[in-house]
Design a protein around this ligand. Structure first.
Ligand code: ARG
Ligand code: ZN
Length: 477
């Protein structure tokens, strides 16, 4: 799981090891076989088989690299884009899907050959002029333009390309990436990115990874960002605004780029200066910080009620608190570097990031994690914490339920008390380092915890993650 830029070679292993995901291609294959006609077997599936978001992602290929060249005009809200996807077919393909919501496609080629394409909701269906064979590398170039639509998630929150008074706040968990570029839009297919954005002079476009070029000519500024380590599409951003910019390199060689809305700057400064210390703290606990770049985008987007752990450079919808900095930083290890294979496993992101804030508080003179646990445990039986099992929140509407965060973190605390601190911290570190730049499933996490502790932990995880109702209290420590 350590090859940084080759999802195609890494992925078969993921599929074999993942009980959740391994069943999906079989189910899809069975459906296609039932459908009969031989052409169906060469059509890539319209989704990767996510139980909560069946149309997210696509079957039949892996994307290795996205090259996005965008131009955005905040006044007219017009976006022009060219996306170049470098991919490899995992089956013979006479037809395959991309995910794209809204926008007009003005041109599409596969290996430079203009190719037929149709739209069907969020599916962009491509018929390459020359069929692709299994294992073949290919390049899709999509030209598109229009006013990006934002998406309202099943939980009611906005995501995607969200306009602000001075640009756009760009977040994509779990679906919104497809509002601004055509993608294999599911964390199962991670890729490297080059994202180049041109905006009117005076505006800054901030994306993931390292700023490799910047130029201003004829009233327009262009920013070229490179995200070299594999990234899930939901973690991409291209946030545009009028920002104060700060750049430095940490003693560990991490390239920091912070962009802060001037109206949020005073409240942000005392917290953001903590970033290197927080990353160092995380590295001590979870293993080396997984990326070469870091930073923050602090915008003003009042209608978006949350921050997002966009890779290397989280976006905050307003001046951030220290717990938020710790939470989004912890996601860089848990969620960004080690990614879910299905949205059902979202507690592996949110439970871990939440528990990281409990650990940070405990280790910086605040409440112990046990005290935080106890305060939550006191919630009455009717609370969502007990009615929504974090390992199976039930639908896309509940993937960001409080239970996924808090009871997810309580699950880790229950594990910690059961196996003891040395084993527990070894498990966290092994999870982040062994699966760095890859994926992990809940079943794999349980197996790791059992391996490191030498105990059978099935009941603990079944109770805390998958069973409705309040688990029995932890023994007094
Ligand atoms: N992952 C974000 C966090 O760190 C939350 C994203 C919420 N997204 C949404 N569409 N409701 O907490
Ligand atoms: Zn989170």
């Amino acid at each position: 799981m350590t090859q940084p830029c080759r999802p195609t070679t890494r992925r078969p292993g993921v599929l074999r090891r993942s009980t959740v995901v391994a069943t999906v291609p079989l189910a899809v294959a069975a459906l296609i076989a039932a459908a009969g006609p031989s052409v169906a077997r060469t059509t890539g599936a319209s989704g990767v088989g996510d139980p909560y978001f069946p149309l997210l992602g696509n079957g039949g290929y892996h994307v290795r690299h996205y090259g996005l060249t965008l131009r955005y005009d905040p006044d007219s809200r017009h976006l022009d884009g060219t996306a170049v996807l470098t991919a490899r077919a995992t089956q013979d393909l006479t037809r395959f899907h991309l995910d794209l919501q809204g926008l007009d496609v003005t041109g599409l080629t596969v290996d430079a050959a203009p190719s037929a394409h149709t739209r069907d909701g969020q599916e962009l269906v491509v018929t390459p002029r020359h069929p692709l064979s299994k294992g073949q590398k290919f390049r899709v170039t999509v030209s598109y333009q229009g006013t990006p639509e934002q998406i309202t998630d099943p939980d009611g929150s906005p995501e995607g390309w969200v306009p602000t008074d001075d640009g756009a706040f760009v977040v994509g968990e779990p679906q919104g990436a497809m509002t601004w570029f055509p993608a294999n839009n599911h964390p199962l297919d991670k890729a490297s990115y080059d994202i180049t954005v041109t905006v009117p002079e005076g505006h800054t476009a901030v994306s993931n990874g390292v700023l490799v070029g910047q130029d201003t000519t004829a009233g327009r500024s262009t920013f070229h960002w490179r995200q070299a380590e594999p990234m899930a599409s939901y973690l991409a951003t291209a946030t545009v605004g009028k920002f104060e910019v700060e750049q430095y390199t940490t003693p560990d060689g991490i390239r920091v780029y912070n962009a802060v809305d001037p109206r949020e700057a005073a409240a942000t400064a005392p917290v953001l200066t903590q970033l290197p210390a927080v990353l160092e703290w995380g590295s001590g606990l979870f293993g080396p910080y997984p990326f070469r770049a870091a930073g923050a985008i602090v915008d003003r987007a009042p209608e978006v009620g949350y921050a997002l752990e966009t890779q290397t450079r989280p976006v905050y919808q307003r001046a951030l608190r220290l717990t938020s900095l710790v939470h989004e930083s912890a996601h860089q290890w848990f969620g960004d570097s080690v990614s879910v294979t299905t949205w059902k496993d979202i507690w592996l992101n949110e439970g871990f990031a939440t528990y990281a804030t409990w650990l940070y508080t405990e280790q910086h003179g605040g409440d112990s994690a046990r005290r935080t646990f106890d305060a939550l445990y006191a919630e009455p039986a009717s609370d969502d914490l007990w009615t929504i099992p974090p390992g199976n929140p039930g639908s896309g509407a509940h993937i960001f339920a409080d239970s996924v965060y808090s009871r997810g973190a309580m699950t880790l605390h229950a594990l910690r008390e059961r196996v003891g601190d040395p084993v527990f911290f070894r498990v966290l570190r092994a999870w982040a380092t062994e699966r760095r730049a890859g994926h992990g499933t809940t079943a794999q996490f349980i197996r790791l915890a059992e391996r490191e502790s030498g105990r059978n932990l099935g009941t603990l995880f079944r109770t805390w993650l998958y069973t409705e109702g309040k688990p029995a209290p932890l023994p007094h420590s």
